[in-house]
Each structure stands twice: as structure tokens, then as C-alpha cells.
Design a protein around this ligand. Structure first.
Ligand SMILES: [Zn+2]
Length: 103
């Protein structure tokens, strides 16, 4: 497996971990029935800057903190991942629930 492919897989894994972290912090929601994550958006994550302060503090706790996967990342990579995860789940509700309701 090439290095580029490896990095892509690692990125996907980190993105999933970032989304779960945001769920645990209440910035994203996860549907209890379908496991789908939603509630993100493009309005920026924690606009007042508080979010990133807490997120950085969690990262600095390293392997024993809530984001052990981020311990090896550059600060910039970490915040970009969180932002990407938040934007990736830019929906107001679980897509499956919405679909069921509309049927
Ligand atoms: Zn659902």
C-alpha cells in the first residue's frame, strides 16, 4: 500500500474520531437509532474561540486524554480535522429519520 493511500485512510480514521469527539462534547448529535451524526454546519465551530481552547487542552492531555489520536498531530492539522468533521455532518437531523418520516 502506498504512502498516499495510507495517509488517506489515516485521515478518514481521524475524521471519524474527530466526529465522535464532537458528539461527546455536544457539538454534533448522533442519532440513537441509526448512528448517523448530524448537527454540524459551516458557521464555524465554537465561534467565540472557547471550543478550540478546550479542544487544545484535551489534545495536550495526550494518550490519556479524550483525543489520544490527536496527540501526534500538529495543532493546525487537529483543528482542521475538527472543522472538517463538523462541516462533513452539516445536517439538521438524521437523514434516515427524515426519510422514514417523509415516507
Ligand atoms: Zn435516525
Amino acid at each position: 500500500m502506498g504512502r498516499a493511500k495510507e495517509m488517506m485512510i489515516e485521515h478518514e480514521q481521524n475524521l471519524g474520531a474527530a466526529a465522535r469527539y464532537l458528539v461527546s462534547k455536544g457539538y454534533l448529535q448522533q442519532c440513537p437509532y441509526h448512528e448517523q451524526i448530524y448537527g454540524g454546519g459551516y458557521d464555524g465551530l465554537g465561534g467565540d474561540g472557547d471550543f478550540y481552547r478546550f479542544a487544545m487542552a484535551d489534545r495536550n492531555r495526550g494518550e490519556n486524554g479524550p483525543v489520544p489520536w490527536a496527540a501526534e498531530l500538529e495543532a493546525r492539522e487537529y483543528t482542521n480535522l475538527l472543522k472538517e468533521a463538523y462541516e462533513e455532518h452539516a445536517a439538521d437531523e438524521c437523514g434516515w429519520c427524515a426519510k422514514h418520516r417523509d415516507e
